[in-house]
Design a protein. Structure first.
Lengths: 413, 354
């Protein structure tokens, strides 16, 4: 036993040494770099959107650095981001946030992907008073916790599809509609659901199917079978990228006829590319679309951003990337207005943010959510085999008319 | 014998001092150290089933998750309406005062130890009759089912997740929260270790071993195996529940499948750690968990995107080269250090016999 004891003691001391030797940490501002931290989903169920987010961040960092960086007290600084992979797991995300702040000495955070992970990180950043600008946590419950250091450049989740219900009611001559809905079991989708419940109550609509979908979403045939039987006026589905892909795949396989199909995450799922004509007429909620007329001096217009992004990463930017890029612009603006690296000064500057970016206007409400930007709806439309997302609402930005109702599968070629 | 005891004493007091000093020495690593304590507890309690009793369970995550939800629910429910707390988009905010917070977590932890133990008793009564793979598969289902069920219960937040009460704002020290959870988990670790060590010196452990080695014979010897199997599982559930309760408070956000009933990660890790260290030994799970945690924290981020591949390789390496774990490997290499005496003559005689 004593030999084991010795062994164990040696082992412990080795670890102690190792720990002490790598305790030396980064500083918040190192030389000419402002170090930001982000835990992001590079693996796991949110990995595709995690990568969209990371690409958005990287694109903005590169652009801002190239165009002169951030000027604080007369000196130019560049952005640098430390990334960790949170494996799409809230537990891991919270731990990594702690690590970024305590070990890597990060003083400013960028958000992770998804509401659930943002919910896990927010208590940590709040505890250490670290300003976090996040671009991908839309759940309304994030903004009712009284967080003071959380800023979101996007509109809250309950607003995503409310407009779609209004649209359906309008097409129904102002009378309530029958709604079928299926939502993934996660913070974001459940919030979208609450938005629909509110809209249903407001418009006197009736919810006839209200299903929950599992997190590893690969099958929703049971819901669709019910839809076929009950013939609702609107089918609402939300479950991140996988939800959108699964819905379209199975709706086309099962030839489910429904006059209106409203979803989230169509552009992140590259629906119009992956499923082509099968996805036609799907109505999608989006935070951003490249055809909107917002502008800024870094990326120019949305169209220019989309072109540059396409050149850099080889695909059309989904709104997840655009809003992530916008988060960096917000940080830059706040640093320059604060003209200081003091966390509270930066935080106060963030509170006063009022700016236009290529992604939209940004102004934070009391809970930290962006109140200056409306949600938009687009519809997938095809010409031949070439499918595209066209903005149909709100009318100010609409490039196309909303096509309603969706023709039956038997009539589609 | 006496001298040996003294050595042990030095070792234990050394470790305890190190444990108490750790949050001050490595202030930035408090959260990781807390995780380490919890991981060791999970590995040690898994070892009671998987190592000593020979029942490979994937179900211990059930008690961990249960403990997590129970602690948080009690902590909130004692002072505020739970349904309003978890309702998403609710406009009301509830804030725990300092004394409410600690009272809540105290009572919550108590509940999170007792109820999982009772649940373990009930489930054990139903399924501990299964053996081998059948038991393993059955327990695998338990964790998954629990996650799905919890994801549908509105009062604990369902798919929205459950934000646990934030640490009282009246305590200004930003380090206080980290210290509190560290010492809580360290106390749990000591409690678990003392308990397991006590079991190792008892008849109970021999009975568990007898069940592992040949359950039918044990039964024939007059041991009521079912009774002992259930008791063993209840002991594990007790500590797993506590570990879960602490983790819930530390993480601050409970998600049904990713944080609480996290069979894919925690559930697998606890098995892996025990096997890495050497199942069926007292120190094996401790060493296994420590090594695993350092491997994970140290290398994980260096190999972004490949970490699960690395984990897979690690599992393969362990299974091929250290099937008995590190402790088992050491024991084979240096049997005399483990107090095993090999009679050379006897060994030669056996070789000749073959």
């Amino acid at each position: 036993m004593n030999k084991i004891a010795k062994l164990f003691v040696t082992f412990i001391s080795a670890i102690t040494l190792a720990l002490v030797s790598f305790s030396s940490s980064f500083a918040k501002v190192e030389g000419e770099y402002i170090v930001l931290g982000s835990a992001i989903s590079l693996t796991g169920k949110y990995s595709s959107n995690g990568v969209h987010t990371q690409n958005g961040y990287n694109m903005a960092v590169e652009r801002i650095n190239k165009m002169g960086g951030v000027e604080v007290q007369g000196k130019k600084y560049k952005f640098e981001i430390i990334y960790y992979d949170d494996e799409s797991n809230p537990k891991r995300a919270a731990q990594l946030a702690e690590r970024l702040i305590k070990q890597d000495g990060v003083h400013y955070m960028l958000g992770p992907y998804s509401s659930g992970l943002t919910k896990a990180i927010a208590p940590v950043t709040e505890k250490y008073k670290i300003p976090m600008v996040e671009a991908n946590g839309a759940s309304r419950s994030l903004f009712t916790k009284g967080y003071k250091y959380l800023f979101a450049v996007l509109s809250p989740a309950n607003q995503y599809l409310e407009v779609a219900i209004d649209l359906a009611v309008e097409k129904n001559g102002g009378k309530g509609v029958k709604i079928a809905q299926a939502f993934e079991q996660d913070a974001f989708s459940q919030d979208v659901r609450l938005g629909i419940l509110d809209a249903a109550k407001r418009t006197g609509s009736e919810i006839i199917i209200d299903d929950k979908l599992p997190k590893e979403l690969n099958d929703m045939a049971a819901t669709l079978a019910k839809v076929k039987a009950t013939k609702p006026d609107v089918l609402v589905v939300s479950g991140h990228t996988k939800g959108a892909l699964t819905a379209i795949r199975q709706i086309s396989e099962m030839k489910v006829d429904v006059p209106m199909l409203a979803m989230t995450h169509c552009d992140a799922a590259k629906l119009s590319k992956q499923h082509g004509k099968k996805s036609e007429f799907a109505l999608c909620a989006s935070q951003w679309h490249k055809n909107l007329s917002y502008k800024d001096k870094f990326f120019g217009s949305g169209k220019k951003y989309a072109k540059d992004f396409q050149k850099e990463f080889g695909y059309d930017p989904p709104y997840q990337s655009a809003e992530s890029s916008a988060a960096l612009l917000v940080f830059k603006d706040a640093f320059e207005r604060a003209n200081s690296f003091d966390r509270d000064a930066v935080r106060d500057a963030l509170v006063d943010t009022e700016m236009q970016t290529f992604y939209g206007n940004i102004k934070f409400g009391p809970g930290g959510q962006n109140v200056a930007k409306p949600m938009i709806l687009f519809q997938v439309r095809c010409k031949g085999d070439d499918c595209e997302n066209r903005v149909v609402a709100p009318t100010k930005w609409a490039s196309d008319k909303f096509y309603h109702p969706i023709p039956k599968w038997s009539e589609r070629s | 014998m006496n001298k040996l005891k003294q050595k042990d004493l030095i070792l234990y007091s050394g470790l305890i001092i190190l444990g108490l000093a750790a949050p001050y020495l490595f202030s930035a690593f408090k959260v990781q150290l807390t995780y380490l304590c919890v991981l060791i507890v999970l590995a040690m309690t898994w070892n009671l089933q998987g190592g000593e009793m020979g029942y490979n369970t994937f179900g211990n995550i059930l008690f961990y998750g249960l403990g997590m939800y129970l602690t948080a629910s009690v902590q909130v429910g004692m002072f505020f309406p739970l349904a309003e707390w978890t309702e998403s988009g609710g406009e009301k905010t509830f804030v725990h005062t300092t004394s409410q917070y600690f009272q809540g977590i105290g009572v919550g932890l108590l509940v999170s130890a007792i109820i999982p133990a009772i649940v373990a008793g009930a489930i054990g009564y139903a399924i501990l009759g299964l053996r081998g793979h059948y038991f393993a598969i059955c327990t695998l289902g338990l964790g998954i089912a629990a996650g799905e069920i919890a994801g549908g219960i509105e009062i604990i937040g369902a798919g929205q997740g459950f934000t646990t009460p934030p640490f009282p704002a009246e305590i200004v020290d930003t380090e206080a929260r980290g210290k509190f959870f560290y010492f809580l988990s360290f106390a749990l670790l000591i409690g678990t270790f003392v308990f397991v060590k006590y079991i190792y010196g008892s008849r109970f452990k021999l009975i568990l071993n007898a069940i592992r080695d040949n359950e039918d014979k044990a039964e024939a010897m007059g041991i009521q195996t079912m009774k002992y199997k259930i008791t063993g599982w209840m002991c594990s559930a007790f500590f797993c529940g506590l570990a879960g309760g602490i983790m819930g408070g530390l993480i601050g956000y409970i998600d049904s499948t990713d944080v609480a009933f996290d069979g894919r990660e925690m559930g697998v890790f606890m098995v892996l750690m025990a096997i890495l260290g050497g199942k069926g030994t007292l120190w094996g799970p401790v060493i296994g968990a420590t090594l695993f945690h350092f491997f994970k924290e140290g290398l994980w981020t260096l190999i972004l995107g490949w970490q699960y591949v690395a984990l897979g390789v690690l599992i393969v390496v362990i299974v091929i080269y250290f099937p008995e774990g590190l402790m088992g490997w050491l024991r084979e290499k240096y049997p005399e250090r483990f107090g095993e005496v090999i009679d050379e003559k006897d060994r030669k005689a056996q070789v000749e016999l073959k």
